[in-house]
Each structure stands twice: as C-alpha cells, then as structure tokens.
Write a protein that binds this ligand. Structure first.
Ligand SMILES: C[S@@+](CC[C@H](N)C(=O)[O-])C[C@H]1O[C@@H](n2cnc3c(N)ncnc32)[C@H](O)[C@@H]1O
Length: 286
C-alpha cells in the first residue's frame, strides 16, 4: 500500500511513538529507530482504520488493556513485519548449503547410523525459503531420499505470511531465481502461478512462532541447519545477542547457522566458527 496515504489521515505524537515502539520491541524484538516513526505511523494507520479508532493513543490502550488485545497483537505483527523473500534467495548461500553443508551433515550422520535430518527456517515469511531448502534436500538425497527421516520446521510471527506459505502457490516473480529445470521438476503450473509439489510441501512443518518467546525457543532442539536470514536486521543488538545465543543452543554439534548475506555476527556472538564458502559465510557450531 502507499504508506504516505495512510499517514496523512492520522498523526502519531512523539510520546505515543515511544510507547508503541517500546511495546512492539518488548513483544517481538523488532525495533523501530527514531528515523522510522513515519513508517510505523503508516503501517499502524491500517490497524486504526480496522479497529475504527480515532488516534494512535487509543490503539496503544487497545493493545495494552483490551480483552481482544491478544488477537490484535497478531494483526499488529502482520502490519509491522517486512515479508520480502524469494526462492533461491542469495544463491551462493544456497549453493554452499547444497554442495558443502548438507553433504557434510549427511556423511556425519551416516557414520553415526542416524538417518534423521532437522532443518529450520526461522522467519520463513511466505515459504519460499523453507521450500527452497526442501528442493535442495530432495536433490542432495536423490534416490536415498525415502530412507531418511526429514523435517523442515518453518516458523514466523506473521500469520498472514504463514497462510501464504500454507497455500504454497507463487507468482513468476517469486520464482525469478529458480533454474528452469528445477521449475519443471518441483512446481506445477496453475494459470499464471506455480504450486510447489506435494513431495516438497510435505517436508515442511509450518508453525507460528515468535523468536522473542524464549520458552518456546528453548524447546526447539536438535537442528542440523538453521536459516535465520534477513530477520535479525529488524532487531537491536541486545535482541540479536539473545536470539543468536538461543539459536546456538538449538543446533546440533556440527550444525550450521546461515544469516542474511548482508548481516554479520560481529559483536553479536563469538560462539560459532566462521566458515568461508564461495561467495557466502556459514556459522558452525563445533
Ligand atoms: C524479510 S523476511 C525474510 C524471509 C526469509 N528468511 C528470507 O531471507 O528470504 C523477515 C521475516 O522475519 C519475520 N520476523 C520478524 N520478527 C520476527 C520474530 N520476532 N519472530 C519470528 N519471525 C519474525 C517476519 O515476519 C518476516 O516474515
């Protein structure tokens, strides 16, 4: 939507901006810096209209004290999150995952006679990332596929994004980096759109999960690879440190974390071993 249109209808005072910004941060770790007031005003303008409210103060009180606050919180998260994503995003990372990381994980597990693989797309948005992981895994396992127990957990704080992920139907634009032979093998054409095939769809377990929910994250264990790409960018350093340290605990020894290609764990965590792949970095739990 045109964010400037909604902001022209309602004005947010600086005091209310601080209240709402702190509330969103406490709930989700997502931080709106002082320069993001206009953006927050525009995004929440929609919620004001949906709730028939005259100003942002009333919206804040709804979130804090209304009996329906929990439901509104989910809609708030839909409004304040940025869900930009695509299949095979940051190709060098996907290549590293395919050529180096998964073969390493698989050969270690074969030696241990353990045929279980657990992957996690934390902040999966509309599903392109976990389905990409599924496609790659199908290719890496090839004809050995059926003998492995594979699950890809895909979680997000946006219910709206998860609904799209569940539908698993995508436009040409989402598939812009998908090689033609993969498009033919793993997608079914539906008019102008593409549906991911059931075999890959069934590998992915979609879950509503707020990364700020420490207790929920604590029970996420035993992952071989975690993709948490282009999510930390919305958090401040304190929240990044907390999440990354929790993600470390969620990984198996020998497991890898991938963050966005423009993100870094510099000053955030020293726990991982930095591994250089062609054009990409991985963070390994040794
Ligand atoms: C820009 S998208 C990235 C999608 C995908 N990982 C990629 O790199 O293409 C960021 C996603 O992180 C999710 N997100 C933001 N804060 C979150 C939180 N506290 N818990 C879970 N997901 C969150 C957003 O809803 C959004 O879908």
């Amino acid at each position: 939507m045109d964010e400037s249109l909604s902001s022209s209808c309602h004005k947010m005072t600086d005091e209310t901006f601080i209240l709402l910004r702190d509330f969103i941060y406490e709930q989700s770790g997502i931080y709106f810096g002082d320069n993001k007031k206009g953006q927050l005003e525009a995004r929440l303008g929609l919620r004001l209209r949906a709730n028939n409210l005259a100003d942002y103060d009333k919206y804040y009180y709804l979130l804090k004290y209304d009996p329906n606050a929990a439901r509104e919180l989910r809609s708030l998260f839909d409004s304040v999150t940025t869900n930009e994503t695509s299949f095979f995003r940051s190709p060098p990372q996907i290549q590293a995952f395919q050529d180096k990381v998964m073969p390493e994980v698989i050969s270690r597990k074969e030696k241990q006679s353990e045929k279980q693989i657990r992957l996690w797309s934390a902040g999966c948005s509309t599903g392109e990332e976990p389905y990409t992981m599924g496609i790659v895994l199908r290719q890496v396992l090839n004809d050995k596929g059926t003998s492995w127990d594979v699950k890809i957990v895909a979680s997000d704080i946006s219910e709206k994004a998860l609904r799209s992920a569940k539908a698993a139907v995508y436009s040409d634009y989402s598939l812009r980096s998908v090689p033609p032979e993969i498009k033919r093998e793993f997608f079914l054409s539906e008019g102008n759109a593409y549906r991911i095939i059931e075999e890959v769809r069934n590998l992915v377990d979609l879950q509503y999960l707020n990364l700020n929910d420490t207790r929920r994250i604590q029970i996420m264990k035993g992952f071989d690879v975690i993709f948490c790409r282009n999510v930390l960018i919305y958090f401040d350093d304190e929240a990044k440190k907390r999440f990354v340290s929790q993600l470390y605990d969620c990984l198996n020894h020998g497991g890898y974390l991938f963050i966005g290609h423009s993100e870094s764990l510099h000053n955030i965590s020293r726990a991982f071993k930095l591994v250089h792949f062609p054009g990409a970095l991985g963070y390994k739990k040794e």
